[in-house]
Write a protein that binds this ligand. Sequence first.
Ligand SMILES: Cc1cc2nc3c(=O)[nH]c(=O)nc-3n(C[C@H](O)[C@H](O)[C@H](O)COP(=O)(O)OP(=O)(O)OC[C@H]3O[C@@H](n4cnc5c(N)ncnc54)[C@H](O)[C@@H]3O)c2cc1C
Length: 466
Amino acid sequence: MLTGQEYRASLRDGRRVYFQGRLVEDLESEPALAAPLAAIAGNYDKYYSAAPGAVNPVLLAPRSQAELRDRIPVLMELDLALNVTYQSLMTLLVAAPKVAAVAPEIAPRIHAYVDQARQRDLRVVECITDAKGNRSRPPAAQDDPDAYVRVVGRRADGVIIRGAKLHITAAALAHDLMVMPTKTMKPGEEDYAIACAVPVNAPGVHVTATTYHPLAGDPRDFPVSSQDSMPDSMCIFDDVFVPAERIFLDGQTAQAAVFAHSLGLWERLGGTSFMVVQADELVGLAQLIAEANGLARVSHVREKIDEMIIHATLLRAGLEAALTHAQATPEGYFYPDDMYTNVTKYQAATQFNTMVRHLHDIAGGAVVTAPSAADFDNPTLRPLLEKYMAGGDGVPGDYRASLFRAIRDLTADAYGGWHLVTNIQSGGGLFAQRLVTRRLYDMDRAKALALKAAGLPARPAAAETP
Ligand SMILES: Cc1cc2nc3c(=O)[nH]c(=O)nc-3n(C[C@H](O)[C@H](O)[C@H](O)COP(=O)(O)OP(=O)(O)OC[C@H]3O[C@@H](n4cnc5c(N)ncnc54)[C@H](O)[C@@H]3O)c2cc1C
């Protein structure tokens, strides 16, 4: 296993990470990247063990429903890089038996890779979303054949890949990029059916980093995002060699979607787990600011908060159902129920805007105009700000302004904007969740119930399921 210090050293590996147009020579001296790097290093120290053969217990596959459930609160306390590593390794383990059905040599390769990633204590990120060019055309019909990552060359000992994976969480601070096809591939698209693990520092890999981490200003004005951020990246594969032992799919078009499906499930479980906590946080902020404004007992404010509570509680119920109905792979690794995971993620994402709207409605305009923390430091201003930001009944002005700043940071500034988009797009976007839900929903049962309610004996042939 690695200590935090060893993790820091491991990133000085010649990788090509770019931030705001510059090649970053030293990740630790780039403030917006240093903070998440330190958080990752902190969790390396937290789990470090010098015992021979020790691995991070968070990265072990759940062997029971209880283990699957117990892992979630642990992961929610950790950095996103460790979270996506867990998701990446679980994706591979759940996909392995399905791919092995057509390519038996792949399963042992996947297991060897997962074991090695745990032993070397690597951080592995999920690279599935391609550039995609014209979205209405399949990979092989694009103007630029590199719009989806593909194999452009073959050697006796491996393949050469070209293309880009976009939006990749934590890539700049990880060790390995787990590349997978973003969707099912058709015959003729064999070169696009490629899944493999690529070191971030492999020759030909370029990683651009973007972040909502505050790039300037007083951290007290960004109480959440200054403490908790993770860069997202475009990962470019400019003719990158991948050795055979790191290839998990190569040309088996029918199996291309197996990885995307497995990844989608684990990513949506992670997203749902986060949004369950996020929903309760929004309820708490709405109640706190209503109290600070002296409006907690007013009926329209209570009704909005009640609605927020109902949403937050339904999300918790959906996550609970996904865990209660967990299933196991033939090897005995537990994964959450697909249907409940997808519908809960969808519900959380689509209602997030309503939650934020209620919070902003209840809070008032000071969400975006409250004086800064430094304004309160000014001896001339402080008594005036305390006077005019006070909420009455002993609610101090500084406390109320701090609540506003937290609400702004979480919901109405760079981090809040990032969430508005991310909750909708992460895990493959809303369309992907609708697709899975429709596929798994028991439509025949629903139609039978409807016919029974309508008093009709049998469905007309013309009304068959499309
Ligand atoms: C902050 C953040 C972090 C992310 N992290 C990761 C990560 O770690 N790894 C990773 O692989 N991905 C990651 N993603 C990517 C995420 O999965 C994608 O954003 C999502 O799949 C949508 O893809 P896109 O952004 O290319 O949008 P598009 O695919 O362009 O979709 C935009 C809209 O067009 C629709 N659309 C697209 N194609 C079609 C079509 N053919 N027919 C009809 N409608 C269509 C979509 O349904 C959607 O409504 C992340 C995204 C965000 C925002």
